[in-house]
Each structure stands twice: as C-alpha cells, then as structure tokens.
Unconditional design. Structure first.
Length: 163
C-alpha cells in the first residue's frame, strides 16, 4: 500500500467569534483564562489589545475578532483568553487569544476535515488548516502558527523578522 494516510483523530478546542465557530489543536493551548484586566500597550496594532500578567510573565493579548476584520470583542461573562503557544521563526511565543466564548473540546478524524477553501489570490487563507464537519456544522480549524506574521508580532517580540 503506497502513500501515507492520517488515521488518527485530533482533539480541537472550539471557540466562538460572533456567530462563527473556530477551532485550535489542543496541543497548542496552554490554558483558558477569564478575561482579566488587560494593560494597553501604546503604538501596537489595533488587534493587539495589550498584555496580561500570567504568573509573573507578560503575555500579549490579541483580539481575534479584530484580527479577522470583525468588530472589537465586547466583555461578557463568557469572554475569555485562550493562552496559546505559537511557533514563529524557530521561537516559541506565548500569546493570549481573546474570544467571545470557549465551547468544547471535540475530536475529529481526518475524514471529517476538508481542505481549506481557496478564496481568490488576494486573501491569505494559509492560516486555515481546514473545515471540520461536526454536528452538521462547519468549524474553521486554525493553524495558529500561520495566523500572525513575524512583522505583525514585532511589537510583541521586540525582534525584527529575519530576512
């Protein structure tokens, strides 16, 4: 039998931004926090809401709604910060992703996931791993490592991207 087939299932954390459901590989998620006081950092991109103190470490918080061109996340009882590990140019960066709510952890087989849609050439959809089908609805599975460019994260990392 030739070819490699993915036969194992992967667990994903699902969360909401507006009416849309998104998912992240649970291996990338460190923890989920209630939204706490976020300290605004001057001269950062709009989608960067600021930083939080996570057990003595400074963690930048990204508003996922703003990153995806939606309206700013409003604070509710369900608003949370998903602390994730992002691999960027051989460095592991810890970020907080602000979301409207966290839903559940689901398991999906490769057969439940379709390829990411190609939406023309002008829109970058590389950060979408695929479209998962779960309970008769589509869930956008994000590749958190490809969601941010090193240029976007210069205010967070303080490092200029390598050329």
């Amino acid at each position: 039998m030739s070819g490699t087939y993915i036969t194992e299932s992967v667990q994903y954390l699902t969360f909401k931004l507006g009416d849309e459901t998104f998912a992240l590989d649970v291996a990338k998620v460190r923890e989920i926090l209630e939204e706490s006081s976020i300290t605004k950092v001057p001269q950062t991109p709009d989608f960067m809401r600021g930083v939080i103190n996570l057990r003595g470490s400074v963690v930048p918080v990204i508003d996922m709604r703003l990153k995806f061109g939606m309206s700013r996340t409003e604070r509710t009882v369900n608003t949370c910060i998903i602390v994730v590990e992002v691999q960027l140019e051989n460095e592991l960066i810890v970020l907080g992703a602000l979301a409207d709510s966290v839903q559940e952890v689901i398991e999906m087989e490769a057969s439940q996931i379709e390829a990411a849609p190609h939406i023309g050439t002008r829109l970058n959809s590389n950060f979408i791993k695929g479209m998962g089908k779960h309970d008769h609805r589509f869930i956008m599975i994000l590749d958190i490592d490809k969601l941010f460019s090193s240029e976007e994260l210069v205010p967070v990392t303080g490092k200029e991207p390598s050329k």
